[in-house]
Design a binder for this molecule. Structure first.
Ligand SMILES: [Zn+2]
Ligand SMILES: [Zn+2]
Length: 161
């Protein structure tokens, strides 16, 4: 799936869930950095694939990280969720770049359901939101390498339980 197809999948699944919060209108937008100000935060992880653009090496990570930040303006009835997908560096070549994660559709659905429930807890009185930690079956060939992980570098890659 190409990049714009990916973005469309995130947007469609987000709207399918968050339309349930009408009359509040919620929007989803990708960001490069954590936004400034007072935002709720939710970090999740998923099984994702990477492919190095420099040498072609591909790998699977169980700790593909996503960070969400969210806020609701009750005066305008508009809520905003911004998110960042973290990359990982290739361990086969000296590429300094963080490769973009390729997300499986069911993992997108899972993390959006989790942030939907977290927001429900914060703003809509949900009690004990069901956080789904299940991932696609299968083991990555190598353990998580913090030195190559952008989320580790940004201090959002710690297990929260
Ligand atoms: Zn590489
Ligand atoms: Zn990490």
């Amino acid at each position: 799936m190409n990049r714009s197809g990916m973005e469309q999948m995130w947007q469609m699944e987000f709207q399918r869930l968050f339309v349930q919060y009408l009359p509040h209108l919620w929007f989803l937008s990708p960001v490069e950095e954590k936004p400034i100000g007072s935002w709720g935060a939710f970090v999740d992880s998923a099984k994702v694939r990477f492919c190095c653009e420099k040498c072609g090496h591909g790998w699977t990570s169980m700790k593909g990280r996503v960070a969400f930040w969210f806020t609701l303006n009750p005066l305008t009835c508009e809520g905003l969720v911004v998110f960042k997908l973290f990359g990982q560096q290739c361990d086969r070549c000296n590429s300094e770049r963080y490769e973009h994660a390729m997300w499986y559709p069911e993992e997108v659905i899972k993390v959006l359901a989790n942030v939907y429930n977290r927001i429900g807890q914060v703003y809509y009185g949900f009690y004990q939101p069901p956080i789904h930690r299940s991932r696609r079956p299968g083991k990555p060939r190598t353990p998580h390498n913090s030195n190559l992980c952008q989320a580790c570098k940004n201090s959002v890659c710690t297990e929260r339980r």
